[in-house]
Ligand binder design. Sequence first.
Ligand code: URA
Length: 185
Amino acid sequence: MTNEWSSLKAECEGCRACPLCETRTNVVFGVGDTGAELMFIGEGPGEREDLKGEPFVGRAGMLLDQYLLAVGLSRQTVYIANIVKCRPPKNRDPLPEEQQACIGYLHRQIALIKPKVIMCLGRIAAKVFIDPDFKVTVQHGEWVYRDGIWITGTFHPAALLRNPNQKPDAFADFTAARDKLLERA
Ligand code: URA
């Protein structure tokens, strides 16, 4: 881990840029390989994540782990982060101003990790990274190439827990993201 990474993490962990800092237990900075070729971006920490300080450790996270395993990956070989790093109260969507206050940390993480591929998990992340009008059911699995990074979006694992009929589509998206790593960009 470079000095730059450690100081970014320390800065983020002391952040008081938006009101979410008042109610957080832990800043959820991210987890995984800081040299990963594939990065996953969710929305924001839930209760379990806030308590543990790690993204996707609740029920949705267990499903994410299963998808990673199914395509030969793991949370140690990818990097996982969120649009906002502190839990929004009652798991509501992060407000635009909270996203705005936090997104700089994620951009700096991306600049240091330099992933080949980013997969957005759900609407909130896909709206930021792909299309402000992103519709998951229509645009999941589509690719854009921006600033040297292939970016795609798929269903949020929490949505898949509610709508298991979308699981085969999500599996195809995960497989395509894994396969993209093998292509020469
Ligand atoms: N949902 C997210 O978007 N991120 C997490 O870390 C957990 C649940």
